[in-house]
Ligand binder design. Structure first.
Ligand code: MRU
Length: 359
């Protein structure tokens, strides 16, 4: 998708210098900085500090992380240790371990002299596949938006939480892909963007990328959606997910569950958009999903730009207050109207998911 009119993906390899390039998302929306990852440690650090984030992009970065590890040292113990460190860099999004396992499976029987070429091809394939999946999610989700528009014959208001946009994937996004497809088709849309405290992925990233694509949007605080739904100002919700169980339970950014409850109470369709790489076919009980707890400083401090254009971080909590920063929550399948995948739309149930993916 575009930034200042120029097409980008979120990650790519500079083949001349064997350097992985990323857009540093901790600097958005105030600065657009392309950063180099030269070592596997750089890739691990980028995931941990959320320079890259969003389930599919974390997976793509981990795949390229293994390519960087091979460039440093072809020793199998080093690659194994690097793979373990990558998997541990963030616990909730399943795409991370999925991508690392896929890379390691591919590399398991390969001669040392071929490791780099095979790894690079696989990392590129993981990223290209994600672009195709997200594009198909858009084509499938577009039908839902079209249906609402055909009935309403007026602007379709869509609420989204966090950033499941193209910045969270390699391109297109998951939740935003149906939105971009509908916008390109000329359907009048408006997106309510949940700010998404504490890291403000909605305000800093979703609103930013929608602006760049000229999709009308308005940022709201995380507590506003319920009132807008009661007032009839939301036609549908679409969110992404970090891990969806085969039971249809959806783990996503903290606050998603409360939005689903409000949507359910107001009879508003609540859709979750996901590539199949985000499905966890093993865990059956949502209580077994590892929920990331991040540093409480992400709550107590906020970063922004002052009137002189300087980026500043300031404390907003009382000095002595404690804070707890859980990053994800679970929306039970019963509150999910449908799952929008690359293969089609299905209800959030084990039966429907297994049928869709031939499991
Ligand atoms: O903590 P983040 O910013 O990595 O969380 C991202 C989300 O919760 C997204 O909704 C999810 O990864 C889906 S991305 C297409």
């Amino acid at each position: 998708m575009k930034i200042e009119g120029k097409e980008y993906r979120t990650i790519w390899l500079d083949e001349k210098n064997n350097t992985v390039k990323i857009i540093d998302q901790t600097k958005l929306p105030h600065q657009f900085i392309i950063k180099d990852l030269k070592t596997v440690k750089d890739a691990i650090n980028a995931i941990k500090t959320m320079e890259v984030r969003g389930a599919p992009l974390i997976g793509g970065t981990a795949a390229y992380g293994i390519v960087l590890a091979i460039l440093e040292n072809k020793d199998l113990d080093f690659i194994k240790k690097s793979s373990e460190e990558l998997v541990q860099s963030r616990p909730t999004a399943i795409n991370l371990q999925w991508a690392v396992h896929r890379m390691n499976n591919k590399l398991s029987m390969i001669n040392s002299s071929d490791l780099f070429d095979v790894a690079l091809k696989e990392a590129k394939e993981i990223c290209d596949e994600d672009v195709g999946f997200c594009e198909n999610i858009g084509i499938n989700g577009l039908k839902i938006i079209e249906e609402i528009y055909n009935k309403k014959k007026d602007t379709v208001n869509i609420l989204t939480h966090c950033n499941a946009g193209w910045l969270a994937t390699i391109n297109w996004g998951t939740a935003t892909s149906p939105i971009y497809h509908a916008h390109k088709k000329g359907i009048p849309l408006h997106v309510w963007v949940d700010e998404t405290r504490p890291r403000n992925q909605g305000a800093n990233l979703t609103s930013y990328e929608l602006n760049e694509e000229e999709v009308p949007n308005t940022i709201i605080t995380d507590n506003t959606g319920g009132l807008l739904m009661q007032r009839g100002e939301v036609d549908m919700c679409i969110v992404g997910t970090d891990r969806t169980l085969s039971t249809g339970d959806v783990c996503n950014k903290i606050g998603t569950y409360l939005k689903a409850l409000a949507a359910y109470d107001n009879n508003i369709p609540f859709y979750v958009a996901l590539p199949s790489t985000t499905i966890d076919w093993n865990i059956k009980n949502y209580k077994d999903i590892p929920i990331e707890e991040r540093n409480s400083e992400e709550l107590s401090h906020v970063e922004g730009k002052d009137d002189e254009g300087n980026i500043k971080k300031i404390l907003i909590y009382p000095n002595k207050s404690k804070a707890k920063n859980l990053a994800f929550d679970i929306t039970p399948a019963k509150y999910v109207t449908g799952l929008i995948t690359e293969k089609g739309i299905c209800v959030a149930s084990e039966e429907a998911l297994k049928k869709m993916f031939n499991k």
